[in-house]
Unconditional design. Structure first.
Length: 566
């Protein structure tokens, strides 16, 4: 007889009796007990016989397939005699941080897909067969290992873009820096892949979360006013670079000025796709127009109201390289006999004032000693495409000159200078690498202060000396740039004259002499050709006559020998 006196929780409706003998028949009865005593037993209507064997089954698990966020596992089926006693399977997934169990009915397929896994992560799986009758599971299978494939990497950290300019080569560039992604989700090859190499784990070897490479993409966008005064928008095709996993910076060279540049950096894993993008932007500084545009300024002598003047033609210019704040007309009075070729470069020319260049205010006095350069006009960009009179005794009132200190005079100029310097220091504080930030701060400070008018550099477009030679050039002032665009020196000439100066006249005379010489040479060649043709014609006539006489003599000899053989 076998008795079980274990107390059973009254809240449950089933109980597993353990420790029974195999291949034995048992009768089961059950009674309830409370504080008043034991109730009547209920006897099961028939005996219950235990199995004559232990239905133990240890599955063999294997990996069937995997992706970047899922792994499929399978296992062997139980023998036929054990199969009726396997009701479900206990599936276990383990990582270094956690363990998760799932239960799979035995009447379904003998495989299971683990979903929503982390990319590039190592997992361990086991399978155990379980019985619903005993609510127990047998021995688990041997562990199998698998690693999910690489996923899309997270964004690189601390991406910065800094626009710069090389003063020696005149080249514009963008420096890009970044940090390693916090969530790499794979082995990153480079920092979008044009060429790549693949590297996968095998067996239980796990490569870990390593960046394969980085992709850096540069986009450009510029908005400006063209030479016709129309607003234009210029978009650039993206320029792409790839850098290996150990790189943390790169540089794009030979870029256009006055352009907003945006860089996008992503890490690429063995999945061969660009991960999450981190972006940064900067604006390339503005620069003066190209040299071919600056060479288009022209002037000519003229007179207005009885005063000798110059008429300066201001060409239309595109503001693609940068907005033009103003145009400063610099007039240079030359010494007697001086040529513009002996003057220093425009940037080295010391500027004076009209009254120092014309000391007594009356043309014609001390013309041998009075010379120098002064600012005659400061014009807004709205004067491009128009003619401006220089030396007419009055200054043009311009209102479209922006906030460039070099385009203003007096107190306003110096207030603008102080404001620009303060803004430049605030703009570059803490945003870029220290070295580049300091270089850009100095450049911005120079741009704000380098071209500001000194008190002695007054703007006055006074009357000109009709007996003196003058030259001139035009400065183009660009916002936030230390660079100043300058036209070449104009041809030296006197005001009020409609003909060129002696130097220019000498050059014209030389050209005329050259042209006359070429024409004379061509005439001589034609005469020589005619003489040669006449000589050839006479020679051909003599040759023809000689050949005719020889032919007649030969015929007469032949006839004579034919009729007189002896």
């Amino acid at each position: 007889m076998y008795f079980i006196t274990e107390k059973i929780d009254p809240a449950v409706n089933s109980f597993v009796m353990k420790g029974l003998q195999p291949d034995s028949e048992y009768h089961v009865k059950l009674a309830a007990k409370n504080k008043f005593g034991m109730g009547e037993f209920d006897l099961y209507h028939e005996g219950v016989k235990t199995l004559d064997f232990d239905p133990v089954f240890k599955p063999e698990a294997r990996i069937k397939g995997l992706t970047w966020n899922s792994i499929s596992i399978g296992w062997t089926k139980p023998p036929k005699e054990v199969d009726p006693f396997v009701d479900y399977y206990k599936l276990t997934k383990r990582t270094e941080e956690q363990e998760v169990n799932n239960y799979h009915p035995a009447d379904k397929f003998n495989f299971y897909l683990w979903r929503h896994l982390e990319p590039a992560t190592n997992y361990t799986f086991t399978v155990a067969a379980c019985s619903a009758y005993t609510r127990e599971c047998g021995e688990a299978s041997a562990a199998v290992f698998a690693s999910t494939e690489d996923g899309l990497s997270g964004p690189p950290a601390a991406v910065t873009a800094a626009c710069g300019h090389d003063n020696v080569s005149g080249m514009n560039f963008v420096e890009v820096q970044w940090g390693e992604p916090k969530n790499k989700f794979g082995q990153i090859e480079f920092y979008n892949v044009r060429k790549f190499h693949s590297c996968y784990s095998n067996g239980d070897e796990f490569l870990g979360s390593v960046v394969f490479y980085f992709q850096i993409q540069l986009r450009g966008h510029a908005q400006y006013v063209d030479a016709d005064g129309d607003s234009q928008v210029e978009l650039f095709d993206p320029e792409v670079k790839t850098e290996d996993a150990n790189s943390r910076k790169t540089r794009f060279d030979f870029l256009k000025p006055n352009t907003n540049y945006t860089v996008e950096v992503c890490a690429v894993t063995r999945r061969k796709e660009c991960g999450q993008v981190a972006a940064s932007s900067c604006k390339m500084r503005q620069m003066p127009p190209a040299a071919e545009q600056l060479n288009r300024f022209q002037w000519s002598s003229d007179s207005r109201s009885g005063h000798p003047v110059f008429k300066l033609r201001m060409p239309r210019m595109s503001e693609r390289n940068g907005r033009i704040c103003c145009l400063r007309v610099i007039v240079v009075r030359l010494r007697r006999g001086q040529d513009a070729r002996t003057l220093p470069h425009q940037s080295e020319l010391v500027l004076s004032s009209y009254r120092k260049v014309h000391p007594h205010g009356m043309p014609g006095e001390d013309e041998d000693e009075s010379w120098g350069a002064y600012i005659a006009e400061i014009l807004g960009s709205n004067f491009m495409g128009k003619d401006v009179l220089v030396g007419d005794g009055q200054n043009v009132l311009s209102v479209h000159m922006g906030g460039c200190p070099a385009c203003h005079t007096g107190v306003r100029s110096h207030l603008l200078q102080a404001t620009k310097v303060a803004e430049s220091r605030k703009r570059f504080a803490g945003r870029e690498p220290t070295g580049l930030r300091e270089r850009r701060r100095r450049a911005a400070t120079a741009a704000a202060s380098g071209s500001v008018l000194r008190p002695t550099e007054l703007v006055e477009d006074g009357y000109l000396d009709p007996e003196a030679n003058y030259t001139a050039f035009v400065e183009l002032i660009i916002p936030d740039s230390p660079l100043v665009g300058r036209s070449p020196y104009m041809s030296p000439r006197r005001p009020g004259e409609s003909v060129s100066s002696s130097a220019e006249g000498g050059r014209v005379t030389a050209v005329m002499v050259c042209v006359v010489g070429i024409m004379a040479g061509l005439i001589m060649v034609v005469v020589c050709l005619l003489v040669v043709l006449m000589l050839l014609k006479r020679y051909s006539k003599k040759v023809a006559a000689t050949q005719g006489e020889n032919c007649l003599i030969a015929i007469s000899l032949f006839l004579h020998s034919a009729f007189n053989p002896n």
